[in-house]
Design a protein around this ligand. Structure first.
Ligand code: BGC
Length: 816
């Protein structure tokens, strides 16, 4: 970690502050920033979500952000170098937006595939998660921007997320859920950590002793614990190692905390410690006079942000089946059928606070058209995936106030105009920024819509409460939409929708005016989300499938993109099913019957059931691929790039086989009774066979791993060195991920059947051989017992191979 050359004397600065000034510093100034204090040369520190792009202080298409592939894609690369460069690109984005602190990475675990934020987290394995997290944190912080690993801790589900308590043993916490945070702090020295919403063993995270031990007392964390948004509930959190309450300016601390210190309920020393940490963070990011943020390290080779986004998406794509159809030769393909709703309206990121607004998204359809310039590309929708309201396309909209593409927005109070904006989108979010959401009672949107075709438009809105729409002066929709879920933020994350039929003809211009009665008391004061758009027409599913199959039958090759939608994968709620939404399974089966050269790309952030997987010629798991998703997919289809991914999480064949599935609190608690047996460890214990195991993935070449050896004996303070000779036996350059797992036959401890202890990425030219070295620290063999790491002497086995289920080489190692 580069040191700040001019680290100021934070104690001296602290001494110049009154108690009231110190307390004020501990709550945010607004949604995203801290208070400045001119008298000590402290400017405001700006924070932003994260973690797959940097949104900045506003959620606005006029200030677009690079949309990188989601975390499951990044972790599928299994590659520290990719994660480090990802962090560096994030830091670059942050600096361009004046952001000092990025709220990420999300390093909770894939405990259950139903977890709503699964797409945003790395893996089901703590070591893989921790290693990639540390690389990502280094990539950001080496460039002078703070990373904020989140959410500490055991925050692996969304149902009742503000109140639920995770019941989990200390051993499981230490060996599984805390390990990624431990690595991010001890190996990458994270400058901030975000405390979670949930409770752990009955104590809410912002008041939990776990913030002190192990985070501070054992790992030496010297940064700022930032609360998740509104997670500080009382002044009790000030007695814990919770440092900064976000957002502000209101919150549970404020004057109440000042009074608590004055009455002696909270000690001033606790306040001082928090302030010192905030000042240290300020010095690190250059927010204190006389300091400057660390200059970007020797810029890693990331090319442009979009170039990196494209490369990273391909690095994460996991090829799980290939009968030989891939890679396609663009010169030999004359007609391609591109099928699927997500081929056109791809999901490039998951929903919720991780969302950024990219300038442009390359859909699979765009990417394939560009990659096959000579071929005839025919598109068929095949099945409706979208649920709810999709934005109106910008090129069909004229802002009546400016004549430019877009909409005119007004905030009104008793018909008096308080604020106006000209926007270039119809998904509108005010989450930070200047719009007077609190003081307005009506939001008005006007636009001129030119219909590209003759159809019955299902014009509607996504937002709770009263909306009215006029089309050419006629009231077409007047609805009061109830909010099913009363949880804080639900209006944002899972808005209810309504629509009305409006017949239009091609070329017709419709004057649209929308009025929305801004609801009071949504919990997130000052924030508002509103989408005007259209609902998809799903009235003829069989006809859609028939037309898609006919399109496929005419083509040399069919590429079907299936996936999830915003109603399935988002922050704020968990999934209820692993099935693909709508009629997509029937669609793939019909297309595969119509064309034996059918390639399926799965566009989901987390596992979905693929009942037809053995009928397709090839299956590629492509995650939420970021804004360059379509180009990256085309690169992989044509073999310009290899599919570089290996599964970071087990992919089940059927939901009913998943050994750890539950995400729903019972009596307010989610019990992690499976203990250390999560992910592939749980699958190994249950004996069920997944569709594709952890670690699995094919490339376009073949490999041999020979002469695997390991240090025969080691002690608790040493390490095992594993060596293996890896040869690329195919005729293309490629990437291989050598994986090492441990097991223990005779043991007094309840251990997983085997567990990942190390891995290394190898990239080799055809015919080349390299000896890979993997260092496994003794800690990988330790277990947590009675408050300390324990080492059971005796024989362990190490297994070397290419997935949790394919480990041809084994050898004994002895722990002294
Ligand atoms: C999320 C955090 C996020 C914060 C700010 C919360 O609801 O859980 O991950 O950083 O909002 O948007």
């Amino acid at each position: 970690m580069p040191a700040n050359p001019a680290a100021p004397d934070t104690r001296e600065l602290l001494g110049r502050l009154t108690l009231a000034e110190k307390v004020k510093l501990l709550t945010g100034r607004d949604f995203w920033s801290t208070w400045p204090l001119e008298k000590i040369g402290l400017r405001s520190i700006l924070m932003s979500d994260g973690p797959s792009g940097v949104r900045g202080p506003v959620w606005d298409e006029r200030a677009p952000s690079l949309n990188l592939p989601s975390a499951t894609s990044l972790s599928a690369s299994w590659d520290d170098t990719v994660a480090y460069r990802y962090g560096a690109v994030i830091a670059h984005e942050a600096r361009a937006k004046g952001v000092d602190v990025v709220l990420g990475p999300t390093i909770n675990l894939h405990r259950s595939p139903l977890g709503g934020r699964h797409f945003e987290a790395f893996s089901e394995d703590p070591l893989l998660t921790g290693r990639l997290a540390a690389a990502y944190v280094r990539g950001i912080q080496d460039n002078g921007v703070a990373a904020t690993p989140k959410h500490y801790i055991a925050n692996d589900y969304e149902t009742d997320r503000f109140t639920a308590s995770t019941e989990v043993s200390e051993r499981t916490l230490r060996e599984v859920y805390l390990l990624p945070f431990e690595k991010a702090v001890t190996e990458a020295r994270a400058w901030a950590v975000m405390s979670a919403y949930n409770a752990v063993n009955g104590v809410t995270a912002t008041e939990n002793d776990l913030l002190e031990t192990p985070l501070n007392s054992e790992w030496g964390f010297d940064g700022v614990v930032i609360s998740d948004w509104t997670a500080v509930r009382s002044t009790n959190a000030a007695r814990a190692a919770q440092d900064l309450a976000m957002p502000g300016p209101r919150g549970a601390w404020g004057d109440a905390l000042l009074a608590a210190v004055e009455s002696g309920a909270v000690e001033e020393a606790d306040i001082d410690r928090k302030v010192l940490r905030i000042l240290t963070l300020a010095a690190r990011v250059g927010a204190l006079e006389g300091t400057s943020a660390v200059e970007p390290a020797a810029t890693p080779d990331c090319g442009s942000g979009t170039g990196f986004a494209r490369e990273a998406a391909a690095e994460g794509m996991v090829l799980v089946r290939n009968t030989g159809v891939l890679p396609l030769d663009p010169g030999a393909v004359t007609r391609i059928a591109v099928i699927g709703h997500n081929a056109d309206l791809a999901r490039t990121q998951g929903g919720g606070s991780a969302t950024v607004v990219p300038e442009k998204v390359v859909s699979p359809l765009d990417g394939i058209i560009a990659a096959f310039p000579e071929a005839d590309v025919e598109y068929a929708l095949g099945a409706v995936v979208q649920e709810g309201i999709a934005e109106l396309p910008l090129d069909a909209l004229t802002n009546p106030a400016t004549g430019e593409p877009g909409v005119h927005v007004r905030f009104l109070n008793e018909e008096r105009e308080l604020f106006t904006e000209d926007r270039r989108a119809t998904r509108l979010v005010w989450f930070g920024g200047n719009a007077p959401v609190d003081r307005s009672d009506t939001l008005e949107i006007t636009t001129r819509y030119t219909s590209p075709r003759t159809e019955t438009l299902r014009l509607g809105v996504a937002a709770p409460g009263v909306s009215r729409i006029w089309a050419d002066g006629e009231l077409v929709l007047d609805a009061d939409v109830p909010l099913a879920d009363e949880q804080l933020g639900a209006a944002f994350l899972h808005p209810p929708t309504t629509s009305a039929a409006v017949p239009v003809t091609a070329g017709q211009v419709v004057e649209i005016r929308v009025e929305y009665e801004i609801p009071k008391d949504t919990g997130l004061a000052g924030a508002l989300a509103y989408t005007l758009g259209t609902e998809a027409d799903d009235s003829d599913p069989d006809g859609l499938i028939e037309r898609a199959a006919a399109t496929a039958a005419r083509a040399d090759v069919a590429v079907v993109v299936v996936g999830t939608n915003s109603d399935v994968e988002s922050e704020g709620f968990d999934r209820t099913s692993l099935a693909l939404p709508g009629h997509q399974d029937a669609l793939v089966s019909a297309v595969a019957r119509a064309n034996p050269r059918t390639v399926v790309a799965v566009n989901s952030g987390s596992p979905v059931e693929l009942p037809w997987r053995d009928d397709a010629a090839a299956v590629l798991l492509t995650w939420f691929g970021g804004q360059e998703y379509g180009n990256a997919l085309a690169d992989v289809l044509t073999g310009t790039r290899e599919p570089g991914g290996r599964l970071p999480t087990t992919w089940p064949a059927r939901q009913s086989d998943v050994p750890v599935l539950d995400v729903t609190p019972v009596n307010g608690t989610v019990r992690y009774d499976e203990g250390v047996h999560v992910g592939y460890r749980a699958w190994l214990r249950s004996g069920a066979t997944p569709a594709y195991p952890f670690g699995y993935g094919l490339g376009y070449t073949t490999w041999a791993v020979n002469r695997a050896t390991a240090t025969a004996e080691f002690g608790p303070d040493s390490a095992v060195e594993v060596r293996a000779e890896v040869t690329n036996t195919g005729d293309r350059a490629g990437k291989h991920v050598v994986q090492v797992y441990a097991s223990r036959a005779h043991t007094a401890v309840d251990r997983p059947a085997r567990w990942l202890v190390g891995h290394e990425v190898v990239r080799l030219a055809p015919g080349a051989t390299e000896t890979v070295k993997i260092t496994v620290q003794a800690r990988a063999f330790a277990h947590w017992a009675e408050g300390a790491w324990a080492y059971e002497p005796g024989e362990f086995s190490l297994h070397v191979g290419s997935s949790a289920d394919d480990l041809p080489a084994s050898m004994p190692v002895r722990l002294r």
